[in-house]
Design a binder for this molecule. Structure first.
Ligand code: HEC
Length: 143
């Protein structure tokens, strides 16, 4: 459990830091942005639930994550790879919800790390692409 928790914290730090670093992006018509920020809140609440063994917190926030996914431009454009990534993401969230419901802390923790993996996996491919799309007219914007 200790090692797992450390890995989780490390993973979170790896995710959170680059995202925080992008906070100073100028506000544009980025509908996905607000949406994704909420995901971060849910993921945070799930971590809280796991570390404090509050399974209801894990469950309700996993369901919230599960239910928000289909508004992104990549979905509306019907990008098949994006759909695939969403499906992987949703599967891991569903596993998480189900383990939380069963009160299985270790299994839920493992599922949580898979959820975070899916966040990062999708971002590796699409976040950058979308970032370039959004910022293309303004030219290069590093940070
Ligand atoms: C299926 C693909 C996909 C998955 C899964 C995904 N994201 Fe995202 N995420 C994106 C895309 C695309 C963007 C870029 C959105 C934009 O800039 O408009 C993004 C951007 C973000 C941002 C930055 C928003 C901002 O302020 O610029 C955060 C935070 C975020 N995601 C959190 C998460 C978390 C947490 C998870 C997992 C619980 C997750 N995302 C899962 C595709 C995904």
């Amino acid at each position: 459990m200790n090692a797992t928790r450390k890995t989780l914290l490390l993973l979170l730090a790896l995710i959170a830091l680059p995202l925080m670093a992008s906070d100073d992006n100028p506000q544009k018509d980025r509908t996905t942005q607000e949406f994704m920020r909420r995901k971060l809140g849910y993921a945070d609440a799930i971590l809280q639930g796991l570390t404090l063994e509050k399974f209801d917190l894990v469950f309700t926030n996993a369901i919230k994550l599960r239910n928000m996914n289909m508004t992104n431009a990549f979905v509306t454009l019907g990008n098949p790879e994006y759909r695939q990534k969403i499906e992987n993401f949703q599967k891991s969230v569903e596993a998480l919800a189900s383990h939380a419901q069963d009160g299985k802390l270790d299994l839920a923790t493992t599922s949580y790390s898979q959820v975070i993996h899916s966040c990062v996996d999708c971002h590796k491919t699409f976040r950058h692409e979308q970032f370039l799309q959004h910022n293309a007219p303004a030219g290069e914007k590093g940070k």
